[in-house]
Design a protein around this ligand. Structure first.
Ligand SMILES: Cc1cc2nc3c(=O)[nH]c(=O)nc-3n(C[C@H](O)[C@H](O)[C@H](O)COP(=O)(O)OP(=O)(O)OC[C@H]3O[C@@H](n4cnc5c(N)ncnc54)[C@H](O)[C@@H]3O)c2cc1C
Length: 450
């Protein structure tokens, strides 16, 4: 590593997502050597994953390489690998880089490993209902969505064809609403005239949630408006309906209506729950910290672990004051951790609690429609969508990415096109072969659940 031999304070940041990257950037002028470790080589802008899955954006648009983002910051070194162990006594983390093990020492440690999809104890659902957390997830979902239309085109049996043209999204939070809206728009608008045997506009898009109301974090009036907008786009929304089973051919629910108890659907997308990244349990075991029900690490008001002022936990991995798992919490808590390290190095070790400033929240329903809140401001429809567009462009990292995203949005929103529709045969047929090969299915399940 470039910083070997340096006697400066060593900060190790685990995770190059919203929290990790904000911490690293906030330390750019500090007299420290920073090592940021991530199991992937990019910083992923998760809020736009659903657009990647539905063919609007490419992976490069929303996932610039960490090395490129940080190449001008001389006090930072980037390391690819998964942190698999924390030795809080020796102040070291163990890193696995595709089977190669290394040990990295730290003086301060910032854990920003984020969260993963939760299937509420039913990890077997992952085989047939991929989540929406990583580039791999989004590419798989893209393959399944576009592959389903192809399969419907070549399927003669009407019931089987209908199942290929039925898309079930589980979870009516912002991600599920956005996903369902985009599938509806894709089928009714972008694929218009693309097929000869089927009418893609006949696709059935079903959104299910076990809770009685959609868009939990939003005020009820905005959530109701979003449900109305989405319904007018052709999405069938069923709230208070729990999914009890998922297989290759469809989903089972606990609905009262017999027609909803079994929904034949070849494409299922899981957007229902999150749990902390496994590193939360590892860190908790190493430090004696508690975890909450989602596996997030309980921290002190200053984001450190009790008894370990040198270990910070930020973002989705942190459990503090019931703060939500959103990008702003991650960025602000990470900057708080970086500022604390800077102050300590200047000789000020007074504890300062982290105070979250809620800047609002937003979700798109479809082209030209979104809902947004910011303080007393409530926006919906086109004004909400403009606010959404502006905020997402501002937060995307890197000028090149902003320009590419804006260009792709013009094609998708003003025109009819979806610039990123390429899928591989593996993506289309993977599910068919997995169903025929349970060993493959369990291997895939293991990968997705871990
Ligand atoms: C589909 C989707 C849509 C979303 N939409 C919104 C939205 O509209 N607005 C909003 O505010 N929030 C949204 N969120 C939530 C937001 O993305 C998260 O709150 C935010 O990413 C949390 O930041 P973080 O740094 O804690 O974790 P992340 O950004 O997830 O970063 C964690 C990083 O840690 C790495 N990592 C994990 N474990 C290890 C390990 N053991 N070793 C090394 N590296 C590891 C991961 O590869 C990842 O790069 C959305 C999330 C998703 C999934």
């Amino acid at each position: 590593m470039s910083q070997a031999g340096s006697s400066r304070h060593r900060v190790v940041v685990v995770g190059g997502g919203f929290g990790g990257l904000s911490a690293v950037k906030a330390l750019r002028r500090a007299d420290v050597d920073v090592t940021v470790i991530d199991r992937v080589n990019h910083h992923l802008f998760q809020p736009l994953l659903y657009q990647m899955a539905t063919g609007i954006l490419s992976e490069g648009d929303i996932a610039p390489p960490l090395r490129e983002i940080l190449h001008r910051q001389r006090n930072v070194d980037v390391m690819l690998g998964e942190v698999t162990g924390v030795d809080a006594g020796a102040r070291e983390v163990t890193v696995d880089t595709v089977g190669q093990r290394s040990v990295v020492g730290y003086d301060s440690l910032i854990l920003a490993a984020g969260s993963r999809q939760s299937y509420f104890g039913h990890d077997e659902f992952a085989v047939d209902a991929p989540g929406m957390k990583t580039i791999d997830d989004a590419l798989e979902v893209r393959g399944r969505i576009f592959g389903a239309f192809e399969m419907a085109e070549v399927t003669a049996d009407p019931a089987a064809r209908e199942a290929w043209l039925t898309f079930v999204v589980v979870g009516a939070g912002p991600t599920g609403m956005e996903m369902a809206g985009q599938i509806a728009e894709l089928s009714r608008r972008s694929l218009h005239d693309n097929f000869r045997g089927i009418d893609p506009a006949k696709a059935r898009v079903v959104l299910l949630d076990g809770l009685p109301r959609a868009l939990g974090p939003f005020p009820e009036s905005l959530a109701d408006r979003a449900v109305k907008d989405l319904t007018s786009k052709g999405v069938e929304i069923h709230l208070g309906v729990m999914v009890t089973g998922v297989d290759a051919e469809g989903v089972d629910t606990n609905a009262d209506r017999p027609t909803l108890r079994r929904i034949p659907a070849r494409t299922k997308i899981w957007a229902a729950g999150v749990a902390a990244a496994p590193l939360g349990q590892i860190a908790a075991a190493a430090t004696g910290a508690g975890t909450d029900r989602a596996g997030r690490v309980q921290v002190q008001p200053d984001c450190t672990i009790a008894g370990h002022p040198e270990i910070f936990v930020v973002g989705d991995l942190m459990s503090l004051d019931k703060l939500p798992g959103v990008a702003e919490v991650a960025m602000q808590s990470a900057r708080h951790a970086a500022a604390t390290i800077g102050r300590r190095l200047r000789g000020d070790s007074t504890e300062r609690p982290f105070r979250y400033r809620d800047l609002g929240t937003m979700a798109t329903i479809s082209r030209f429609r979104a809902v947004a809140t910011a303080g007393p401001l409530r926006l919906s429809g086109f004004p909400g969508w403009l606010a959404w567009l502006f905020v997402h462009l501002m937060f995307l990292t890197g000028f090149k990415n902003r320009a590419a995203v804006l260009f792709n949005w013009l094609i998708a929103f003003i025109g009819h096109g979806r610039p990123q529709r390429a899928i591989t045969s593996q993506q289309v047929f993977a599910r068919v072969s997995l169903t025929a090969n349970p060993a493959g299915a369990s291997a895939s399940l293991h990968q997705q659940a871990s």
